[in-house]
Ligand binder design. Sequence first.
Ligand SMILES: *Cc1c(COP(=O)(O)O)cnc(C)c1O
Length: 469
Amino acid sequence: MRYISTRGQAPALNFEDVLLAGLASDGGLYVPENLPRFSQEEIASWAGLPYHELAFNVMRPFVTGSISDADFKAILKDTYGVFAHSAVAPLRQLDSNEWVLELFHGPTLAFKDFALQLLGRLLDHFLIKRGERVVIMGATSGDTGSAAIEGCRRCENVDIFILHPHNRVSEVQRRQMTTIAGDNIHNIAIEGNFDDCQEMVKASFADQGFLKGTRLVAVNSINWARIMAQIVYYFHAALQLGGPARSMAFSVPTGNFGDIFAGYLARNMGLPISQLIVATNRNDILHRFMSGNRYDKDTLHPSLSPSMDIMVSSNFERLLFDLHGRNGALVAELLDSFKQTGKLSVEDDRWTEARKLFDSLAVDDEGTCATIAEVYRDCGELLDPHTAIGVRAARECRRSMSTPMITLGTAHPVKFPEAVRKAAVGEEPHLPAHLADLFERPERCTVLANELPAVQAFVAAHGNRGKPL
Ligand SMILES: *Cc1c(COP(=O)(O)O)cnc(C)c1O
């Protein structure tokens, strides 16, 4: 499989190089040159497979030429073997024909484990083969950091540096990062906010001289491998509920548009999906696009669902590419003008095309808490605030009562106790058994000033399993 850039100017790469590349050299994002398409008979024949075997069938076309079937199978078995539920992604019924797909049974209790557990193992596979080491640098406001650290902790040839804003992530989220021991794991608390962290990571990618020849790898959802891994659970859910013989609707708590874009790809690969709902919090740039063709940058509003607090959605560019007939020059032009003006809209017929599949809703903190309370009252399930936003949107935007509606359950409620407390349901979420001693584990973290040279010097001094590069 070859991958091309959404801006049309970078060289096409194979899977291995895309995994290591991050952004394309023209500033675009990599997408498959040709999407594989499965027949209904083929999809139907996968019913009842264990998760890792289904994952192999769905992802195999994306990696052929870069990794052998036997190696890929072994990696997938190992990846999804660490999940705490043997169904890996179980469905929980909320109401007649309405479900939550629980994607929070991985090591860090959020859906990002599905992709980052795989990404860590794939990186290790290719790096050992190449005899190379890499450095991962990422900024996190919570979930990505812990999932990336858990995913890469056992990688021989990877050192991982995760920047988070000092004293501005929840205690559970911080402990999920700082309690993982390993001489290749480095937590840096920056005396600044999340944007400061992200800017430092961006600047480091743009000028990697301080790494003395070691390459930086991206773990945010611009990395194609993350999107790829997320396609699988759409197939998994549909097969549990009578797909592909009947179509499904999905509601997806959305920030950077990675998770829902995977659903869009699943549909284009042949899975009957009749509706995809973009569920956002007050940071609703995607809702404003879907409802009124206005993708306009706004200020950031901190919310009870912090993993969806974004101003722009990095993966939206991948959808724009398809909406513009995969014309990279047009996409580059649109995004250049967006960079200048902070505003973007597309031609009417392209927007109408998107609206055939996508609906959207923005839910504020009050609506989030009300939904947590409503679902707890009606069926005893405690939702996390992100999932609650998905459920609210599913209920308000649903086109057909006879089509199964599946909300992606993106995180375990124990990660976001503040929202659950505000919903006042009278129950506290509890840590699952494998994390029960989280508050007793020792923490490791370095606090650094909000200064790029200090951070880069720290990386250079510790980037080789704690030793200088
Ligand atoms: C990352 C995250 C999201 C948003 O996913 P995107 O792929 O960025 O749209 C939603 N909910 C939770 C809990 C997350 O961690």
